[in-house]
Design a protein. Structure first.
Length: 442
């Protein structure tokens, strides 16, 4: 057993952990980043466990603040809207924004490799791979790691940044030592990854600048483009339905019924192999309060708030955590006690809001996108937005193409909806009164 003292320890070397380490290093702190997995740059194939990232304004602004915007966005493919695939094979595009704004489809592992490479260049960042956090006593600022190379390692840290994901060990330790409210729920669906390969001549098999969606009420398939001209597809399916897919016939029958137009794109053999052999991953959302403990421990990203991926805001929100905390620290002169408390007080209302919005957007994506009422509301929202872009902003635009705090987005959308429906009702009443007057007058 060995021990060491560190100034700032970041637990978790995923996307948020790497960016957090960079933020703290840029402020002059000595940072030690501990990651339980191998260095991603040494891993050739990590397929089967990842939904592609949809990078939007919040994430880009956070990267820009760290000086990394160009290094990351150069690996992205723009998506300017959804392409809705009906059961009969017809396609209908739905632009994300009337102003032409779009998302960037980026492979998760590629971004992680870029951030690790950048972090490695900082003299005040030390990277420790294959170090698994075994336990923590946060009141003593003590962390115990299992190291493949060094065995058990005790680390004493002045500041602990928990970025260790949905099943965070840092958060679990906070739950034992602090008054932490915690909520975890699984939704009834799981997801499985598939791949649409490039065509024989090396081109995209379908239009690349869209997020493709096959909405089927109880289940849904999506596809996001990759730089190698393939598409990463994700099948979201009820758990009980997935458990019934035990043979190739079951799998192909399901695709013949719900997704007949993608069978040739994916390949029958690949569909059966991926559905039957790839792991089906859970979809879980988590809320906790507070996001910090005393003046030395703070949670960022999925360790503090996990939500289902249907607004594409998991990465963007996690990156924004880093930016929000950095700005609070600067504003408070790096008074950690004051800053961490303020971070919890302000950030939780935002992360709870986007968690709820993400659940709502799943219902929208899998069933509402073809609804005439939904399409009418989108058309009305976009028309008003064009007329009054600074006054009335559609919900999706506020979430994805602005950095308006999420809780304000929710409140503003509720107000806009009330005004819109109230105006519509008043218009109907006015028309009714006018017709009544006209009829009686005649």
């Amino acid at each position: 057993m060995s021990s060491q003292n560190n100034e700032v320890v970041v637990v978790g070397g995923g996307l948020v952990g790497c960016l957090a380490a960079i933020f703290w290093a840029k402020r002059g702190y000595q940072v030690d980043l501990y990651e339980m997995r191998e260095d991603f740059r040494l891993i050739e194939n990590t397929r089967g466990k990842s939904i592609n990232l949809a990078l939007s304004l919040r994430g880009i602004l956070s990267l820009k603040h760290a000086g990394l915007e160009d290094e990351v966005t150069s690996y992205g493919i723009p998506m300017y809207g959804r392409m809705i695939h009906s059961i009969n094979g017809e396609c209908s595009p739905q632009a994300y924004s009337p102003t032409g704004d779009g998302l960037l489809s980026i492979d998760r592992i590629t971004v992680n490799k870029v951030l690790i490479a950048v972090a490695e260049k900082y003299k005040n960042i030390r990277l420790h791979f294959r170090h698994k956090l075994k336990s923590a006593v946060l009141s003593r600022r003590e962390l115990r790691f299992d190291s493949v190379k060094h065995g058990e390692l005790i680390v004493n840290a002045k500041t602990i940044i928990g970025c260790d994901g949905v099943y965070s060990k840092v958060r679990q330790s906070m739950m034992r030592e602090a008054r932490l409210n915690y909520q975890q729920s699984y939704i009834g669906h799981v997801y499985v990854e598939l791949i649409i390969p490039p065509t024989k001549d090396g081109q995209f098999a379908i239009e690349p600048n869209y997020l493709h969606i096959w909405p089927r009420e109880t289940l849904m398939l999506i596809a996001l483009p990759n730089l190698d001209k393939s598409f990463t597809c994700t099948l979201f399916i009820p758990l009980n339905m997935k458990q019934q897919l035990t043979t190739e016939k079951h799998v192909l029958d399901l695709f013949e019924k719900y997704f007949p137009d993608v069978i040739d794109l994916l390949g029958r053999h690949n569909i059966c192999n991926d559905i039957l052999n790839n792991p089906a991953d859970e979809l879980v959302y988590i809320k906790c309060d507070p996001h910090h403990y005393a003046d030395h421990t703070v949670l960022l990203g999925d360790a503090a708030h996990a939500f289902v991926p249907f607004y594409g805001q998991g990465l963007n929100c996690g990156f924004e955590d880093c930016l929000v905390l950095d700005r609070i620290l600067v504003a408070n002169g790096f008074d950690f006690a004051k800053s961490f408390q303020q971070y919890s007080d302000t950030r939780i209302q935002d992360t709870d809001s986007i968690c709820d919005l993400s659940l709502y957007n799943y219902r929208e994506m899998r069933s509402h996108v073809n609804s005439k009422i939904y399409l009418l509301r989108r058309a009305v929202d976009n028309a008003i937005f064009r007329l009054m872009p600074n006054t009335y902003i559609p919900l999706y635009t506020m979430v994805t193409f602005s950095n308006i705090p999420y809780h304000i987005v929710v409140n503003r959308n509720h107000l806009q909806t009330k005004i819109l429906y109230g105006t519509f009702l008043a218009l109907i009443i006015a028309i009714g009164i006018t017709l009544s007057i006209y009829c009686f007058g005649s």
